[in-house]
Design a protein around this ligand. Structure first.
Ligand SMILES: NC(=O)c1ccc[n+]([C@@H]2O[C@H](COP(=O)([O-])OP(=O)(O)OC[C@H]3O[C@@H](n4cnc5c(N)ncnc54)[C@H](OP(=O)(O)O)[C@@H]3O)[C@@H](O)[C@H]2O)c1
Length: 203
């Protein structure tokens, strides 16, 4: 798949590397693609402007600051039509953690999912903790679910589907729990969640 990653920082960089390793065509969309700070990422994917990265992409991962999503959506919304857009962005200091509303209004033709938002990026880089595979809880429109699930598995995480976009507050509650534990309770960033089930299915 061709994957456009908007925001080539901690989250975008780690996920882009993993997806490039399994053979996806990863293109980073950056405001200043020629910046030398992106030298490492250029080895694994193309580094272009935001508009160029979106052209021909089937998947778009949003890994830019949450505060920048509304402007991004207003500018590039029409280019997102028909693409699966995964919102990994957070607004930790706002009552609404996700940016789905801005995306739904400016990009009505996009097929949305919300994943990679609940855990610190270190847990994407190394998806095993204490000998266990980390679970990643996510929501997605039904038609986006197979692709989002595949991309989660390819990072090495176990996908746990919480439902369609109407269940997004459940995902965002986990993000708040992660922040409370990591920082409020001083447990640090290498913490994650695991679903324990009596009758576990394939996940
Ligand atoms: N850090 C985590 O562990 C973690 C985990 C889950 C989710 N998240 C969420 O994921 C998002 C990214 O986090 P991060 O830690 O990867 O941030 P980061 O390291 O600061 O990277 C953000 C990237 O976004 C780019 N950017 C900023 N404004 C942009 C715009 N208007 N258009 C395009 N690119 C823009 C920045 O590049 P320039 O400013 O140089 O252009 C930078 O490359 C945030 O919303 C965060 O809340 C973070």
């Amino acid at each position: 798949m061709k994957i456009s990653i908007i925001g080539a920082g901690n989250v975008g960089g780690v996920l882009g590397k993993k997806w490039a390793e399994v053979g996806h065509a990863v293109v980073f969309g950056a405001r200043s693609p020629a910046d030398p700070k992106y030298a490492d990422l250029k080895v694994i994917g193309a580094m272009t402007g935001v508009a160029e990265s979106l052209a021909g992409a089937e998947i778009v991962l949003l890994a830019l600051p949450g505060s920048a999503v509304a402007e991004f959506a207003a500018q590039f919304g029409p280019q997102l039509a028909g693409k699966i857009v995964i919102d990994a962005t957070n607004n930790p200091r706002s009552p609404v953690m996700n940016n789905l509303e801005a995306l739904q209004s400016a990009a009505p033709g996009a097929v949305l999912g919300r994943a990679f938002s609940t855990l610190g990026w270190e847990n994407f880089a190394n998806p095993q903790l204490g000998g266990q595979q980390i679970d990643l809880f996510y929501v997605a429109a039904v038609s986006a679910r197979p692709a989002v699930e595949q991309l989660i598995r390819e990072v090495g995480l176990r996908p746990v589907y919480l439902g369609g976009l109407e269940a997004v507050l459940a995902v965002d509650g986990l993000t708040r729990a992660w922040f409370a534990l990591a920082f409020g309770q001083g447990k640090g960033r290498r913490i994650a969640f695991k679903l324990v089930e009596e009758n576990a299915g394939p996940g």
